[in-house]
Design a protein around this ligand. Structure first.
Ligand code: SF4
Length: 480
């Protein structure tokens, strides 16, 4: 009991809670998928007239998917979509966002247009409505069959990247080899997308063959979630379209599986994280100020520029958003949370590369300091907390675009043409000199979450005011 008191009940309880969460995620070892692969959309809720929505279906199917509800369609090629219904959500089409709401002919034409627009070989495409996902046949000028195009725009994908679903298209050659994988739409941070491209992920995707068996493309370190989501989206797309593909390809598509494992580099990255955290936590050699600065520099160079391996609050939300948690991200999250529980937020105080970059600039450029800054520490703390709560609430409730409110990846991706990179650079090089650590103290949702955890488990809160773990460097002062 005494030992428990000495350790701090709250800290012990928080650690046990963390252990339970990790254990549950470990046992499940699967993303918490949200919803079925296909969404059933209510269509035209108030109409009383039957409506033609397909031409090729039989029994309970149309050209674009299965009907649900009590509409009898057996015995003819038409599906009648709903009669006057007080609860119309029982009706709808499987397999569609926009395409399901439009005429099948229009959807097919749109698919053909997409296929032609992005075709690396400039072939003509003719799309057809099928029993499963629609697909487009590609033919050269002489009319010879050259392959297929299909995309997941009409599929309610279960695959989530860093910030929501990824819309992809894939060109297959006549033998079923992936000719080109294209990203049509996503909300991923641009720097992750550029990293995936620069690392040759799309080139590697061309080695994939649509055939039974498990195939692999290496994931991209520093954009792991994005690259793995691309591979899973392709896997899901082929799996969903397999019945149709089997009619067009020589080899069966059923049984095809694709994954993007991380190369062994993630082990070294996790080992590096362990060493960095251990250096801060150990009590044998007390690090002096110079050594702590050196540690920060090492973190800046390795976690920042070398691996672009930042930790953000989104990593903590992944299980809630249906994103699978890799061993690297999971291990990173555990270290960061243990640092928040037992060491007043180790990550922000010593290791976050974005914080270290600001701290360094604030130390080196003290002449640019603004003499007066209107917001006090307490005001900034609460503003940051409110901002974090709004962002987290928005992301969890489906405003996936809000997850882009993080500049860490943009800075370290060194994507010099990106406006987000320039903004991140401006924040670090100028704003951090004018008002030290302003991003950390006023805007960073990750810091808000970690400081909140640290504050909640601190043994004695008496006399403890607002503490921000990314403090102004000791030698600096800000008049507020
Ligand atoms: S507040 Fe944000 S940017 Fe600053 S050190 Fe913490 S996590 Fe990094």
């Amino acid at each position: 009991m005494v030992a428990l008191e000495r350790l701090g009940r709250r800290r012990v309880a928080a650690t046990l809670l963390l252990v339970v969460v990790v254990a549950v995620l470990w046992v499940r070892a699967e993303p918490l998928e949200t919803g079925p692969a296909f969404r059933i959309d209510p269509v035209d809720p108030a109409h009383a007239q039957p409506r033609l929505i397909g031409r090729t279906g039989e029994t309970a199917s149309t050209g674009f998917g299965l009907m649900t509800g009590a509409v009898p369609t057996r015995g003819h090629g038409y599906a009648l979509l709903g009669a006057a219904e007080s609860a119309p959500s029982g009706f709808g089409l499987l397999g569609g966002d926009d395409p399901a709401r439009t005429d099948p002919g229009e959807a097919a034409a749109a698919l053909a247009a997409r296929a032609e627009a992005g075709d690396p070989d400039g072939y003509r495409a003719l799309a057809q409505a099928t029993e499963g996902l629609p697909l487009a046949e590609r033919r050269d000028r002489a009319g010879r069959y050259r392959g297929l195009y299909l995309d997941n725009l009409g599929l309610d994908s279960r695959v989530r990247g860093f910030a929501g679903p990824l819309r992809i298209g894939v060109y297959l050659d006549a033998e079923g080899g992936v000719r080109e994988l294209v990203l049509l739409e996503s909300r991923e941070t641009p720097s992750y997308l550029h990293r995936v491209e620069r690392a040759g992920f799309y080139d590697r995707a061309r080695s994939v063959e649509i055939a039974p068996g498990l195939q692999r493309i290496d994931a991209v370190s520093g954009a792991t979630l994005t690259s793995q989501a691309l591979a899973r989206a392709l896997d899901e797309l082929i799996d969903s379209a397999a019945p149709v593909l089997d009619e067009h390809l020589d080899r069966p598509a059923r049984g095809f599986a694709l994954e993007a494992p991380l190369s062994d580099r993630w082990i070294w990255q996790l080992a590096l994280l362990l060493v960095l955290f251990a250096l801060v936590w150990q009590r044998r050699w007390r690090l002096d100020r110079t050594e702590r600065t050196l540690l920060g520099l090492i973190s800046l160079v390795t976690l920042g520029f070398l691996f672009n391996l930042g930790f953000t609050y989104l990593n903590l939300l992944h299980p809630l958003l249906g994103v699978s948690v890799s061993a690297l991200v999971g291990g990173y999250a555990v270290l960061v949370l243990l640092g928040a529980i037992w060491d007043d937020n180790t990550y922000c105080r010593h290791l976050c590369p974005f914080g270290q970059a600001q701290r360094l600039v604030a130390r080196l450029d003290q002449r640019s300091r603004w003499r007066r800054w209107p917001l006090g520490a307490r005001t900034m703390y609460w503003l940051r907390l409110v901002l974090a709560a709004v962002l987290i609430g928005g992301v969890v409730l489906g405003a996936e675009r809000w997850s882009g409110f993080e500049l860490f990846p943009d800075l370290f991706a060194l994507d010099v043409g990106s406006p987000w990179f320039l903004l991140a650079l401006f924040l670090v090089l100028r704003v951090a000199a004018w008002v030290p650590m302003l991003w950390c103290r006023l805007l960073c949702p990750t810091g808000a979450v970690l400081d909140l955890v640290a504050r909640a488990v601190r043994p004695s809160r008496r006399g403890a005011g607002v503490r921000v773990a990314a403090p102004v460097p000791q030698t600096l002062s800000v008049t507020s």
